[in-house]
Design a binder for this molecule. Structure first.
Ligand SMILES: [Zn+2]
Length: 287
């Protein structure tokens, strides 16, 4: 997404006091992670009760939501493994900046309860300085990526010259994504996207020389232990994968007991469900 377009949406939501934050690849790139498809996916989260109002704001910018919803073939093909959004928009070219041969941008809005259920609603406008969950994309703790990049593929902290876009703090975001991966263990959500995101987020703690501020110790229990196992590269890959996968089931149990599992997505993958039960029995785990 072009930065001007992102800023314009953030400004419009702030102007009518709609709380929002962004997620997915554009957010990972602000954290400094090099992820593909920076141009095609733009993910926005709003509290459920603001979905319709957000739609009105998008209309005021000239974006009509796609009437095909989940059956949109472009959506199936165009936003990779992301879960289906509650509302999505195909804005077409922006200021004549559509790049030939590159897939069109899809702007996707999600109800907060689906993916970030236990996050508090963000403020409308900028977060408080000590907000534990949210900050701005210009936060000095995000890296400055040293070499200049065209705006489509920029990475790292937003310059102060941009409109302040609201983002989740990395530790809270990583914990939520691990929670979504846990939810997928029992077959009530697709696993694919969360596996992809965790692989990217893991890079913050292993081979990213630009990350000097986001530490694994910022994660709380049991998410920190899970990430430590994943980053323990002295262990043979097979063992590391197996032990981290086993540990994920413990995380699932802890989240379930604390009532912090994301809600099921209404997808029942029977094979996944029976495999999950079988693993719990084999590994002698009680959920
Ligand atoms: Zn569509």
């Amino acid at each position: 997404m072009h930065p001007d377009q992102e800023d314009e949406i953030a400004y419009t939501l702030d102007r009518v006091r709609i709380p929002y934050f962004i997620w997915g690849e554009p957010l990972l790139r602000i954290y400094g992670i090099l992820v593909p498809r920076p141009k095609q996916f733009s993910g926005w989260v709003v509290p459920d009760r603001f979905l319709n109002e957000a739609n009105e704001s998008m209309r005021s910018l000239g974006y009509e939501h796609c009437p095909h919803g989940k059956t949109c073939t472009f959506l199936q093909d165009g936003i990779g493994s992301h879960p289906d959004p509650d509302r999505h928009y195909h804005p077409g070219e922006y200021k004549g900046l559509c790049i030939p041969g590159i897939r069109e941008l899809t702007i996707s809005f999600y109800a907060k309860s689906r993916l970030f259920s236990y996050f508090p609603d963000p403020n409308a406008g900028p977060p408080e300085a000590n907000d534990p969950y949210y900050t701005l994309a210009s936060d000095a703790r995000f890296p400055i990526v040293a070499f200049p990049l065209p705006p489509w593929v920029a990475r790292g902290r937003h310059p102060l010259s941009r409109y302040p876009v609201k983002v989740p703090k990395p530790n809270k975001y990583i914990e939520a994504i691990i929670g979504l991966r846990c939810r997928a263990l029992d077959g009530s959500m697709f696993a694919g996207h969360w596996i992809v995101e965790i692989n990217f987020l893991q890079r913050l703690f292993t081979n990213d020389p630009e990350n000097t501020r986001i530490r694994i110790t910022d994660l709380s229990t049991p998410f920190r232990q899970y990430m430590v196992i994943r980053c323990f590269y002295n262990m043979p890959t097979f063992n590391r994968e197996l032990i981290s996968f086993q540990y994920l089931h413990r995380v699932y149990g802890e989240l379930a007991r604390a009532d912090l599992l994301p809600p099921p997505e209404g997808i029942v993958q029977l094979g996944e469900q029976s495999d999950f039960q079988r693993r719990l029995r084999e590994w002698n785990m009680m959920i």
